[in-house]
Design a protein around this ligand. Sequence first.
Ligand code: GDP
Ligand code: CA
Length: 321
Amino acid sequence: MLKITALAGGIGGGRFLRGLLRAAPDAEITVIGNTADDITLHGLHVSPDLDTVMYTLGGGIHEEQGWGRADETFSVAEELAAYGAHPQWFTLGDRDIATHLVRTQMLAAGYPLSAVTEALCDRWQPGVRLVPMTDERVETHVVVDEDGHHRAIHFQEWWVRMHASIPAERIVFTGIESATPAPGVLDALDAADVIVLPPSNPVVSIGPILAVSGIREALSSSTAPVVGLSPIIGTAPVRGMADAVLRTIGVEVSPQGVAGMFTDILDGWLVHSSDSDVVPHVEALGVRCRAVPLLMSDIDATSAMASAALDLAAGIRGRDS
Ligand code: GDP
Ligand code: CA
């Protein structure tokens, strides 16, 4: 049985994985999820990326929005606002809150996040094994200049409240120095026949996963091909504000710019059809590159992207053996 291990953020990762499940229905898929977006809100431990993947694959996602639950109501949020409880820029839906209650309670009882995630997935049956990158607490913080004051704020506040409208001077993964891979992470990378980087945000979704000790090394020394799909088409992200975080770390907002961040781990890279001119530039980095449609407009298109990634990987495996 083909063993596939994927790293994933939220929306881009989740949607791609839905296509991967369609393209490789018999494969054993392990997903290493980003937890650096995690945040404590009203005393609740919220794991936005893990939940987006779980809801997307489990059929509970709000399809148009891409995150949160379908058929959601907001009574609790309204009541919290009536008390003047903060923050009010991050709205939790009533259904969603049940997930955070279970998670927070289990964590307080001493279960690691990986065990909690497994328990939550028992309900959602996502069809993949979803493992957080680490059981330790890591949080992405962003240093911003607000009227001459340099202030570190939680990534979610910058992204959700400010819509990344002021530049991030620095991006810091607090807690990353002492974070170790969650149980199953290194095993899944070691056992994989193919390792996939979906079109997730390279800086704040893939970045923190690779920054957990040992994970980047496991990918770079892996004998399995590592293939990725560009979240950037032309000079802009398909969705969201990934350009803002790429500018912070000084990486060109382009498919080859993102490939350049991962030359130590990538064997193959897919760019969108309209970016075929960058293929030789990526190959000059020592990464095999193909241009194929990369718009996840529906499940068929997404499944075709996943097939293209697996084909690219198979070609690389064939070459190496
Ligand atoms: P988040 O954690 O919810 O922000 O989601 P991810 O990090 O997993 O994915 C966000 C990235 O997905 C963004 O940088 C988008 O450019 C990318 N993305 C979203 N939709 C598409 C698509 O249809 N095609 C491609 N190639 N990238 C996409
Ligand atoms: Ca995210």
